[in-house]
Each structure stands twice: as C-alpha cells, then as structure tokens.
Design a protein around this ligand. Structure first.
Ligand code: AMP
Length: 217
C-alpha cells in the first residue's frame, strides 16, 4: 500500500500520518522531518536545505527526489509506505511515478486533506514542538500539561522558525502555487478529498474509509 497524504501546512497531516502508519503497519516518510533532522545534524544536505526552509521556500526537486528514491529502496518500505509532504511539485510527481514504475510498484492512493487558509494560519501560529523528541503540541486544543514544557521529557517547547506568521503565509502561497497543480496532475478521479476541519478522530475515520474503498476497487 502506497499512500500519499496531501494538504497545506498545518492541516493535520503529521497527526493523521502517525495513525495511518499504525493502522496499516507502514512507515511514514516525512520529507520535512528528514530535512529538519539533516539541518540539525549540520550535514551537507542540511546546509543546502536550512536556509530555504526557514524562508518558507521549497528545496530543489532534484535533491528531494534523490532523497525519496533512496528512502523507499530501504527494506522497511517493502510492504508499502506513506509519504507526507512529497511530491510537492508536478516534476516531483512525474519523477515519483517513474520511481514506482522502475520498482514495479502500483500507483499510490492519494488523500487530500482540505482546510480553509485562515483556519490554518490560526492553527500554525499556535503550534509548538519539543526540540528533543519532536512531539507536536497546539496551545489552542492540545496544550502540554505544564505550559511551555514537553509532557514526555520536560524540555522547553519551541515555535519552529517556519511557523512564524510571515513564513506561514509564504508556505501557504508556495503550497497553493506549486502543490495545487500536483493534485490536478493526479486528477479528480484519483484524489480522495477529506474535510480536514473535522475533529481529528473523524478525519482519521474518513481517511481510513477512503483508503479501504480505494484498495477494494
Ligand atoms: P513540512 O514539514 O512538510 O511542511 O516541510 C518543511 C519544509 O521542508 C518545507 O517548507 C520545504 O522547505 C521543505 N520540504 C519538505 N518537503 C519538500 C518537498 N517535497 N519539496 C521541496 N521542499 C520540501
């Protein structure tokens, strides 16, 4: 099972990806998390991507495609995988289709989480992350037990640089301009749109139903 989870920054992709990974026993590949980890580790890939990420832009297609090709070739992806944050441009979608063909893999199930833009800005500016275990909180509806501290390890929570409002607007614009056409590339018949403004458990149920219906086709 190959799942692609689409949706603008802040639509709840990360939370839903974790549920789906558990439910279908497949690894989640989040290109954003990979870049953040590389940045933190100060690798060559990190040096190339850090500045682009903090400015809200997209990392070069060639870099991302190479990274994903290497990742899906690893043994834990043999039974399928879920991609969160990729493909983000039409050239990435084309390259990804070629990767799947080369490996003799079936086409992906494409899920689109749809949420209005202003709701996303409100959500994202309230997002906090533990820099140590990467757990995500939201000061509006998923606050930590102690204000500003991670429930799991007590680390002071941070606002990610790319969650500042100006950067968020830039990321939403990048999503609209570049990723909207990716959904168009897959086509209405292939894309299962789910209302991402519903409570998280209902979104999970709607996605699971969409995945199972697609698998049964
Ligand atoms: P995310 O956590 O998915 O919002 O990703 C954070 C940042 O990583 C994005 O704003 C981009 O700078 C970079 N990034 C993640 N995935 C991709 C991708 N598929 N193509 C280009 N840049 C990406």
């Amino acid at each position: 099972m190959i799942l692609l989870l689409f949706g603008p920054p802040g639509c709840g992709k990360g939370t839903q990806a974790a549920h789906l990974a558990e439910r279908f026993q497949i690894p989640v590949i989040s290109t954003g998390e990979i870049f953040r980890a590389e940045c933190k580790a100060g690798t060559e890939l990190g040096r190339k991507s850090c500045g682009i990420m903090s400015g809200g832009g997209l990392v070069d297609d060639g870099i991302v495609n190479g990274m994903v090709a290497a990742r899906i070739a690893r043994p834990d992806c043999a039974g399928g995988f879920l991609l969160d944050g990729y493909p983000r441009t039409v050239p990435q979608a084309e390259q990804f289709a070629a990767m799947l063909r080369e490996r003799g893999l079936p086409g992906p199930t494409v899920i689109h989480l749809d949420v209005a833009e202003e709701a996303l800005v409100a959500r994202l500016t309230a997002r906090r992350q533990c820099p140590k275990c990467l757990r995500i909180y939201n000061t509006l509806w998923q606050p930590p037990r102690q204000t500003g501290r991670c429930d799991d390890d007590g680390e002071p929570l941070i606002t990610r640089e790319d969650d500042q409002e100006a950067v968020i607007r830039q990321r939403l614009a990048a999503y609209r301009e570049l990723t909207g056409p990716v959904l168009g590339w897959y086509g209405d018949a292939a894309v299962r749109t789910v209302d991402g403004a519903l409570p998280p458990e209902e979104v999970t149920r709607a996605i699971e139903n969409a995945v199972l219906q697609t698998a049964a086709r």
